[in-house]
Write a protein that binds this ligand. Sequence first.
Ligand SMILES: [Zn+2]
Length: 404
Amino acid sequence: MAKGHLNDITNLLGLEGLRVIQVVKEEDFVVIKVQAKGERAFCPHCGSKHLYRHGHARPRRVLHAFICGKRVYLEIWGLQRWKCRSCGRTFTWRLEILRPRSRLTNMAEMWVLWLLKFMSFKEVAKLLHISYGKIKKVLMDFVRMADLPGSMIDDLEELHLGIDEHSFRHQDMVIVVTDVMAKRVLGILKDDRLSTLEEFLKKIPSQRVKEVCIDMKEGFRKLAQRLFPKANVVVDHFHIIADGNRRMDEARRIEQDVRNKRKVRIPKKIFLVGFERLSEGGKEKLDELLSQYPNLKDFYWAKEALRKLYSARDKKEALRQLELVIINLKASDDAEARRWANTLKRWREPILNYFDNNTTNAYTEGCNTKVKMLKRISFGLRNIEVYVRKMMLGFLPQKFFHTI
Ligand SMILES: [Zn+2]
């Protein structure tokens, strides 16, 4: 083989500083026997350069890559052992491609992580012939949640954060933080405690944050305002509409219980479908129901008005419409409607901030779907810390797996 080719292969396999002696092919794996070059050393304990040779380390076989469906091992020969004249301790010459005592090279660790992006722990363990514990350790070391926001946002001048919760195994909630403009997941937090969120958000440079998109949670809002005083808080428009529908339905249910003593059901769906989507017959039926149950009128009008609000041309027009909704609800005889008015009043600014950039949490919510999918292919994950890191792996761009 020409020397140039050999160099290419050496580079491709990341074997700089090693001399290939022999390649042995077995049925489902390959062993590359290499000789360590680079002899000069200093003592890792005291830094002294006064050393003498102390024999060679036994050849070590370590996993290095996974190529063409085969595991590729390195068998490292001729690793010099040294003894320090200053402190008297012995040590083995360290290779850059491998952490001391590790059975996996740095490149093999990248392969573990890359495969883990698409496969379950079980499948990766089987493919690479390594244990679950080893895979877990590689994952835990690599995806340090603490380092994440920094490396995910270093190229973004302005940040538009999206914060959203999703449920993990039906009960536990996990918070996802994204940049909704750059469409990037910045972090998946292990629980929904405000303190966990705060700890994470504190690592994000405050002056770069322009917007924070949240759902109508007072805790999220206060935290965002405290940590990012210059940013606009935007409440996700989907949540405003969903909240309107929820209140509408709650009013219907109460009316049904009070008026009919549960003997007659008031239809549900007709109140929740957008008015413009009702047929002529549907509109008549709706009119009928609203005159039969006048208490529902204020709720129905308000939830429809909120939906229309989002097609307003600009913030000013939206403000006028929102004021109208608030005034109408305030004038209602129903205490629940008046409470709704107060909520909207409190959230007026975040609702209207939507109109600056049309910022929504659609991307953040889309990530929930992906998280659920990733969860499905990683069946049997008990440990939330491991789960969260594996999820995060699925969102990391390729640049994080730089050595393969
Ligand atoms: Zn020493």
